[in-house]
Structures are given as structure tokens and as C-alpha cells.
Design a protein around this ligand. Structure first.
Ligand code: FES
Length: 258
């Protein structure tokens, strides 16, 4: 196909693609789509603040038209609210580029679909964050074995820290108080594990720093599914939300604050 069939704008965005790269962070949504017509791939990242797209990047294993359309999509999306950006259509992208050869129209699907996927991913992430915070606040889920071992390895309050001397102790994230307890426990036992379903610690900066600098081992994005043992606590079943994997951890005590 002759290059003259491409508009000047397409050629410009192909030769000098804008916003190439990746983004990371809590406030980033990632879109990944494959083109069913040609099998090419596109990744698009949006960084959102106050519901507006503050930054956007892409990378692709697509053709020149895919590069040009992705570059144009990033330009169109930047600064828009996520509700406005989700309305950007394949046709809008092609029109902004002064058209694409008909045989290349499917390439513009990749960029527009990746943007939609990134917005969906961002919204899902925010929803999950709210649900997890609710869960921490309300302690919605009862853990299997919690009642069976109550006060025999499972504790809803901690008064006497000497009870935990040299015991492998696991503390579930139930807010600031649980973080303070985990830090204090390190004075009594060398093995303290803090389990949180969040990606990062949700606490004031000082407490967060203190926890991270302490000897507490933190398991992020994890939940306790079950506390196991015969007459006393022997292990817990952990679910890694990120890896979608379950595994057991040998432990003597579990602190589940009320
Ligand atoms: Fe695959 Fe254009 S040919 S994206």
C-alpha cells in the first residue's frame, strides 16, 4: 500500500507517536486488547485524578496505523473526564486523523477499545478498594476457625503481650490499632506477620512508616481464609488476591481485633 493513502496526520503520529510508555500506581487503569483481525496487541494506561485523565500512555505491537491511532487516542483522552473519554469512538479517532484507508480501519479499534478497557479497569480497581476498606472497617467476613480457637490462639483483644513471647503471630489488618499491636509485638517475638487485603497500608504517614521500618513482615493483598489446628492453632490458610493462590503458613497465634 502506498504511503500516499495515509493522511499527513496519520504519518505524523506514526513518525512521532505521542505518549509512548507505561504508567504504574493505585490511580492507574490498564487496558489490554488484542486485534481479532490481525492478532496485534495494544496496552494503554490512564492515570486518573478527581475523575479526570491526567496522564495517558500506550505501547503496542501493532502496525503503523495502530501506532498512529493510539497516539491520537492518548491526545484525545488527556484532560477529559473518564465519563467523557469512554465515549471516544473508533470513528472519532479515525476522523481526527483525517481518515484511515478502509483496510486499516480495524487498527483504530485497538486504540479505542484499549482506552475503554483501561477506564473499566480503573473503575473496577476503585470499586474493589472501597469494598476492601468497608470489609476492614466492618469485619464483615467471619474466618473459619475463628470461634473454635477464640482465646486459645485467636485473640480479639491484646492485653498481655507476654502471652505472645516467641510465638509466630499473625495480625490481621483491622485499622490503626492492629498496626500498633503488630509493631509492639516485635518486642516480644521475632516473627510477626501483618496481613492486609490492601495494596498499601492505610494509616497515617507516621504509623505507616513505623510499620514499614519495623521487623513486621507484611503480606499485601492477602486474606486469611481459615485458621487450622487440632487443639491449638497450628497454621492459617492465606489467599493471595493478586496471584489468586492459596497457601498455608505455620503460625501459633492470630490477632483479630474486634
Ligand atoms: Fe494489526 Fe494494524 S494490522 S493493528
Amino acid at each position: 500500500m502506498k504511503s500516499t493513502r495515509y493522511s499527513e496526520k496519520v504519518l505524523d503520529h506514526f513518525r512521532n507517536p505521542r505518549n509512548v510508555g507505561t504508567l504504574k500506581g493505585e490511580d492507574v487503569g490498564t487496558g489490554r486488547v488484542g486485534n481479532p483481525v490481525c492478532g496485534d496487541l495494544m496496552e494503554l494506561y490512564i492515570k486518573v485524578k478527581n475523575n479526570k485523565i491526567k496522564d495517558v500512555k500506550f505501547r503496542t505491537f501493532g502496525c503503523g496505523s495502530a501506532i498512529a491511532t493510539a497516539s491520537m487516542v492518548t491526545e484525545l483522552a488527556k484532560g477529559k473526564s473518564i465519563d467523557e473519554a469512554i465515549k471516544i469512538t473508533r470513528k472519532d479517532v479515525a476522523d481526527e486523523l483525517d481518515g484511515l484507508p478502509p483496510i486499516k480501519m480495524h487498527c483504530s479499534n485497538l486504540a479505542a477499545d484499549a482506552l475503554k478497557d483501561a477506564i473499566k479497569n480503573y473503575k473496577d480497581k476503585q470499586k474493589l478498594k472501597v469494598e476492601v476498606k468497608e470489609e476492614i472497617r466492618e469485619h464483615k467476613e467471619e474466618i473459619t476457625g475463628e470461634k473454635k480457637f477464640l482465646n486459645r490462639g485467636v485473640y480479639n483483644i491484646v492485653k498481655d503481650f507476654s502471652l505472645f513471647k516467641d510465638k509466630r503471630t499473625l495480625v490481621l489488618d483491622r485499622g490503626d490499632k492492629s498496626i500498633e499491636i503488630a509493631i509492639e509485638l516485635t518486642k516480644h517475638t521475632p516473627r510477626v506477620v501483618f496481613v492486609t487485603p490492601l495494596k498499601d497500608i492505610s494509616a497515617n504517614t507516621n504509623l505507616k512508616t513505623e510499620l514499614k521500618q519495623s521487623d513486621v513482615k507484611i503480606l499485601y493483598e492477602s486474606k486469611i481464609l481459615e485458621i487450622k489446628g487440632l487443639n491449638e492453632v497450628e497454621k492459617v490458610l492465606i489467599y493471595d488476591l493478586n496471584e489468586d493462590e492459596k497457601y498455608e503458613l505455620y503460625i501459633d497465634s492470630v490477632v483479630l481485633l474486634l
